[in-house]
Design a protein around this ligand. Structure first.
Ligand SMILES: O=c1nc2n(C[C@H](O)[C@H](O)[C@H](O)CO)c3cc(O)ccc3cc-2c(=O)[nH]1
Ligand SMILES: C[C@H]1O[C@@H](n2cnc3c(N)ncnc32)[C@H](O)[C@@H]1O
Ligand code: SF4
Length: 373
């Protein structure tokens, strides 16, 4: 273990909790003031067909499985229009990895004039921007440079969870044994490509999949390195694994409240104002106040119109409740777009996404003070 990792692990694990939270909160307040952000979004599970098999995931299907689907474009546009009427700005397009590996999927795509799944995603993103002005944020797993470049004009930002830098977890009997796209070096390379292409990027770590404290810290340190090299990491999601029926092997991994608070605080202290820290409220509903007191900056995407298709058993709290909890903790709730302010420049966002971002920015800046302070 490197001296740096060792220093941070000691601090994260052994500093008294209250003290660590206070330090995290002070750092947050210094850099980001007393606002906590969220993005009003609609979740589009464009396809749940996935070539990989992560043992913690119940979203994934194979062609022919019960519930396997690819959502047709007109259906997607209808959902996005409903979301627009509900005041949403972000369209979170999430999908399984390399679904077009399967002949059934290629046939579906070819029949509609698409060569592969990412061509379809680009086409749908383009229609969303052009027909609704809402902002796609695509999370399609590992993509190559060419695919990232193709999506960039139609995405305000993109995302992919690094999950973990642990190679060990791709070994026999581990969660990523049958998920080649979860090999850490592949994910790191893709996040680097996104950096070179100047794509504002969301990533994060998945907690509770069998990783050690040292591996958690190494994952955060790798994200810090990526940010120092490319500057494109706008936010880090600290996501706690949700056990589901049938996952007996992973049951013992349930992530405690204290672990989430320690990670939130340490992430804040480590990134020191250079990256926003997001923790999904639907997965941590019982201690939202304490998360604020640890220094998180963001609740992430919260949807008034769709469920969280990855964790459908965890409904998002009402925006009104987030507003109340935030206010009870000397903070106020501020609506944001899927791209943070610092990145709203031609250097980071291409047309037509840039114009769409500016248009919506004007709208939420105008409305937010009335609604959320
Ligand atoms: O706003 C985002 N939220 C992302 N989310 C969060 C999502 O909106 C929900 O908060 C979680 O699914 C809660 O279960 C992700 C969640 C994951 O588990 C894995 C990846 C993502 C990726 C993103 C993302 O790129 N952007
Ligand atoms: C889309 C993202 O969802 C996360 N993910 C997948 N399954 C689960 C689960 N059971 N609990 C929490 N997060 C999960 C992974 O981090 C993936 O990248
Ligand atoms: S987490 Fe993503 S890559 Fe893993 S099985 Fe689920 S959809 Fe596939």
């Amino acid at each position: 273990m490197s001296t740096i990792t060792s220093y941070w692990v000691q601090k994260m694990v052994h500093q008294p909790l209250e003290d660590l939270m206070q330090e995290g909160y002070n750092v947050k307040k210094h850099h980001f003031g007393n606002s906590i952000t969220f993005s009003r979004n609609v979740f589009i599970p464009l396809t749940n067909i996935c070539k990989d098999h992560c043992t913690y995931c119940t979203f994934q299907r194979r062609p022919g499985d019960n519930g396997a689907q690819i959502i047709p474009e007109d259906d997607i546009l209808r959902r996005v229009k409903t979301a627009k009427d509900a005041g949403c700005t972000e369209v979170l397009i999430s999908l399984g990895d390399k679904s077009d590996y399967f002949p059934e999927v290629r046939e579906w795509l070819n029949h509609r004039g698409f060569r592969n799944m990412l061509d379809y995603v680009a086409h749908v993103s383009k229609r969303i921007i052009e027909e609704t002005g809402l902002l796609p944020h695509t999370n399609a797993g590992v993509m190559c440079r060419h695919q990232l470049a193709m999506l960039k004009p139609y995405n305000a930002s993109m995302g992919m969870m690094l999950e973990t830098v642990s190679d060990r977890l791709t070994g026999p009997g581990q969660v990523h044994e049958h998920a080649p796209d979860k090999r850490p070096h592949r994910r790191i390379r893709m996040i680097e490509e996104a950096g070179k292409l100047k794509i504002p990027f969301t990533t994060g770590l998945l907690v509770g999949i069998g990783e050690t404290w040292v591996e958690r810290m190494d994952t955060l340190l790798e994200i810090k390195r990526l940010q120092e090299t490319y500057g494109h990491i706008q936010e880090v999601i600290i996501q706690n694994f949700q056990p589901k029926t049938g996952m007996d092997q992973l049951k013992s991994n349930v992530v405690s409240e204290e672990t989430m608070l320690r990670l939130s605080a340490i992430a804040n202290i480590l990134f020191d104002g250079t990256i926003h820290i997001q923790v999904p409220p639907n997965l941590n509903n019982n201690y939202l106040s304490k998360l604020i007191q640890s220094g998180i900056t963001d609740w992430g995407g919260v949807s008034p119109v769709s469920t969280d298709y990855i964790n459908p058993e965890s409904p998002w709290p009402a925006i009104q409740r987030l507003k109340e909890v935030t206010l009870q903790n000397e903070s106020h709730l501020t609506e944001r777009l899927p791209v943070y302010e610092d990145y709203i420049t031609p250097e980071w966002i291409e047309e037509p996404a840039l114009s769409a971002v500016k248009e919506l920015k004007g709208r939420i800046d105008h409305e937010t003070p009335k609604l959320y302070t």
